[in-house]
Design a protein around this ligand. Structure first.
Ligand code: SOE
Length: 349
């Protein structure tokens, strides 16, 4: 690996790339070196704005992966390409950060897991809320036993942007292109946070459905079918007798990116709310009081992109999500989808 700044390539110049670029620009350890997108027009425009010379703008992901100057890549394509690009990154031995969900289904996720087992490559999966200080502090308090035995985890992840029927049929509304809907986009984060905070989900039962069933196709050729969930409500049995619920929707009016997790134990409770990210609400038996706000100590705050660069430089705090975590996440998503159609509890293991 290079001694100076890490030369980072970005694959997929859509919305999430702005976050990747921000992370690179705000790190003393990395520079944006090359970019890749299948849309040549967007590639040229972004290349100009970002000052990336034409010879370091790639339209094929294989070519940016083959560039030996590139130390690592960020993979932020639409979901349907996560698997193929990550698989090639492993085959090229190129370190990568991969957006969630890691694949369209468990079968694909398993291939990534098996490929990596034979050929380890430094990587992270972008379950980005793991890096929130409040989440890390909650994890520590739970691990230290401050809450006693954990009984319940209740979570919500709500957005409202899909309410408008004017929103066209882009990839997030297609099973073939995104695997699932609100479940894979938002629920994947909550499922990961449940594991990060309290443990494994062993079985699930859920209700998911589509509210707006047709939307305008992007090519102007009329309406097309939305075949993924707009919302999903899931009960989970977790290890150690913990019972969880999660409410996930793109149809929660007025909600932008509302994420809340409540953890109830035998001796205490914690509430994490993304909108109040530097605090936790807490109620502990040994304080004999009501709920109060706890400030999150500075030392718990972290940044996903910097954590990736640290990993590449040999510093791993063990809290990054890996393909193994992505695989377990995908397995749970698939169990939930099965439960939607079968209307029964399904094993997530
Ligand atoms: C869009 O719905 C989105 O950007 C997701 O793709 C992210 O993973 C989520 O955290 C915020 O919303």
């Amino acid at each position: 690996m290079a001694m100076g700044k890490l030369k980072i390539g970005i694959i997929g110049m859509g919305g999430i790339a702005n976050y990747h670029i921000w992370g690179i620009e705000n790190s003393p350890d990395a520079e944006l070196y090359a970019i890749c997108d299948v849309n040549e027009k967007a590639l040229a425009e972004r290349g100009e704005t970002l000052g990336i010379p034409p010879e370091r703008r790639y339209s094929r992901h294989e070519d940016i992966l083959a560039d030996s100057e590139v130390d690592a890549v960020m993979i932020g394509t639409p979901n349907m390409n996560h698997f193929a690009v990550a698989l090639d990154a492993i085959r090229f031995g190129k370190p990568f950060a991969l957006e969630k969900p890691i694949a369209l289904d468990t079968k694909e996720a398993l291939v990534l897991r098996e490929e990596l087992a034979g050929k380890p490559v430094p990587h992270i999966v972008c379950f980005s809320y793991r890096y929130r200080g409040a989440v890390r502090y909650a994890r520590e308090l739970i691990e230290s036993g401050k809450l006693g035995e954990i009984r319940h985890v209740y979570s919500q992840y709500l957005q409202g942007w899909a309410i408008s029927e004017e929103v066209p049929l882009y990839w997030r509304f297609s099973k073939e292109l995104s695997g699932s809907g609100a479940l894979g986009d938002l629920g994947s984060h909550i499922l990961d946070l449940h594991r990060f905070l309290v443990g494994e989900t062993t079985s699930v039962v859920g209700h998911g459905d589509t509210i707006v069933r047709e939307r305008d196709k992007l090519d102007g050729s009329g309406k097309g079918e939305v075949d993924v969930d707009d919302f999903c409500h899931v009960l989970g049995r977790m290890e150690n007798g913990i019972s969880s619920s999660m409410q996930i929707s793109r149809f929660a009016y007025g909600r932008g990116n509302y994420q809340r997790i409540e953890v109830y134990g035998s001796k205490g409770s914690l509430v994490y709310n993304l909108e109040a990210e530097d605090t936790l609400e807490a109620n502990f038996e040994d304080e004999e009081g009501d709920f109060r706000f706890l400030d999150v100590p500075e030392s718990y705050k972290s940044d996903q992109m910097q954590a990736f660069f640290d990993l590449l430089k040999g510093k791993d705090d063990g809290l990054n999500a890996t393909i193994e975590d992505g695989y377990i996440n995908q397995r749970t998503i698939d169990a939930i989808i099965e439960s939607f159609s079968e209307g029964r509890w399904v094993s997530a293991q």
